[in-house]
Ligand binder design. Structure first.
Ligand code: ATP
Length: 466
């Protein structure tokens, strides 16, 4: 039998995806119309977890520091942005092959990777040669077409303008919104270098083959920072940010065993990057793959925007010296962080002779911080007291669940499955009816151990805040 708590079974991932659907974390996009590949909708609990991740990320990288500034740029940008950044060219294409029988399209580099061949940096002709040499077929066992470049940007049209003049793109990354606002932030905030600009927002990529749940989708959220430094100081700040990225992943509960850094080899680096580290997570059934990226992008982006727009991207020091800053870019995908957090938290064990599933989510990420319920829902004094406790905690924490369905055991199972760290039950003791010394105390049950403790109502906030 496979151990459900080891991290390398497909089984574990499919159980997690089922739980996420059943309990309102993630639904397939446009489900009633048969879905839409590469899109997923976040339900009430998914939104709560996502919001907690975004809030914690902002606290960690922006609010707790003095050198970070926030930004929220428009998703649709002037199309010249994407010419300057290189996204309209070959730099943002993936090699695509077609199944010659079914017409289904695949990423050629992924088919090669499945065979243990790294296709990074190979030309289309080299990919074709390998496909021929290794007799690589499509996953349906049919022959493959020649590889061709496929641009990942979604195109649209703005207003009623016909032809290419109205062509716009949905942004494929949030980063460029930061670069085009570099001057605005410098002019309005007068930041001292080094400083960073952070942004959280949607990005869109017309992935050839979306797959693996939230891992490779066509619409997703990114949390990105462009950190501007003097060229000669990039290594020092690279190390500092690298440590901060590690601290972030620990803060969201990911264990060191499931994380590793992959130093992208020099010959695989994007042309603008002098150093890139991918942070990889050990996804169940998939193994280590990219969770976040961290790149030293030199002055490539600001220089390009300066050339294309004619607007100076120079930073002027108090002594009047001018230079184009160099850039360090930590880039996180929210969906991949969401998946990693859930994978890490997923547990199965036996409690009171029954198999139970629970999510050992950190309290600062759990959709509900705590659940409150009256022992019996048809006893008005219990309900009234429970409502008082519920309102008190709700005022303090916000994300508090009211749960009075079924018996207490069922409520515990339900809250365990969505990762609520504590359940509070108001019983006859709370009312002082059984043992007067227990008046105004409640039962607090711990999700992970199942242990229960009596805690005075007046001490609940402090107890839960530990
Ligand atoms: P990959 O090599 O997996 O395609 P990438 O190197 O193209 O990713 P970046 O452009 O560095 O990714 O984007 C930064 C982050 O955005 C990634 O580390 C990942 O977390 C997230 N991301 C990128 N593409 C997708 C996608 N299609 N679906 C979900 N998340 C994505």
């Amino acid at each position: 039998m496979t151990d459900p708590n080891t991290n390398n079974t497909n089984d574990r991932m499919s159980k997690l995806v089922a739980l996420a659907k059943r309990r309102g974390f993630v639904f397939p996009g446009s489900e009633i119309y048969g879905g839409l590949r590469g899109t997923w909708d976040f339900g009430p609990l998914g939104v709560a977890l996502n919001n907690n991740l975004k809030r914690e990320w902002w606290k960690h990288f922006v609010d707790s520091r003095e050198d970070m500034y926030g930004l929220d740029a428009a998703i649709i940008m002037n199309a010249k942005t994407w010419e300057a950044s290189g996204h309209t060219g070959a730099g943002f294409c993936d090699p695509m092959v077609e199944d010659t029988e079914t017409g289904e399209r695949f990423r050629a580099d992924h088919l090669l990777k499945d065979r243990g061949i790294d296709a990074e940096g190979l030309s289309l002709a080299e990919i074709d040669a390998i496909i021929l040499q290794e007799s690589i077929l499509s996953p349906n066992d049919n022959t493959l077409s020649e590889a061709r470049e496929f641009n990942l940007m979604f195109e649209s049209r703005i207003g009623a303008t016909a032809g290419d003049a109205g062509k716009v793109y949905l942004r494929p990354e949030t980063a460029q919104g930061i670069f085009v606002n570099f001057k605005n932030v410098v002019d309005t905030m007068a930041p001292k270098i080094p400083f960073g600009i952070a942004q959280i927002g949607k990005a869109f990529r017309n992935e050839i083959a979306p797959r693996e749940w939230l891992f490779r989708v066509r619409e997703f959220e990114q949390m990105e920072i462009e950190y501007f430094v003097k060229e000669e100081e990039w290594e020092e700040h690279f190390e500092k940010l690298r440590a901060d990225i590690q601290a972030w992943h620990r803060h969201i509960g990911l264990s060191d065993d499931n994380l590793r850094e992959y130093e992208v080899p020099a010959d695989d680096l994007a042309h603008y990057s002098q150093r890139t580290i991918d942070v990889e997570y050990n996804f169940p059934g998939k193994g280590f793959d990219e969770l976040a990226g961290f790149a030293y992008r030199t002055d490539h982006d600001l220089k390009n925007h300066m050339e294309h727009s004619g607007v100076s991207m120079e930073y002027i020091e108090p002594d009047g010296s001018r230079f184009i800053p160099h850039v360090l870019e930590p880039s996180f995908g929210l969906g991949r962080a969401f998946t990693a957090v859930l994978c890490e938290a997923y547990r199965e064990d036996e409690m009171n002779g029954e198999v139970r599933t629970y999510l050992a989510l950190p309290a600062h990420l759990a959709p509900y911080r705590v659940a409150v319920s009256p022992l019996l829902k048809n006893k008005p004094p219990l309900v009234e007291k429970a409502r008082t406790v519920f309102m008190m905690l709700k005022k303090e924490f916000g994300n508090v669940a009211w749960d009075d369905n079924g018996n207490v055991g069922k409520r515990y199972r339900r809250q365990d499955e969505i990762g609520t760290p504590h359940c509070i039950v108001i019983d006859f003791d709370t009312l002082g009816e059984e043992a007067p010394e227990h008046a105004d105390t409640v039962t607090v049950r711990d999700r992970d151990t199942g242990q229960q403790q009596r805690v005075a109502i007046s001490e609940l906030v402090a107890y839960l805040s530990q």
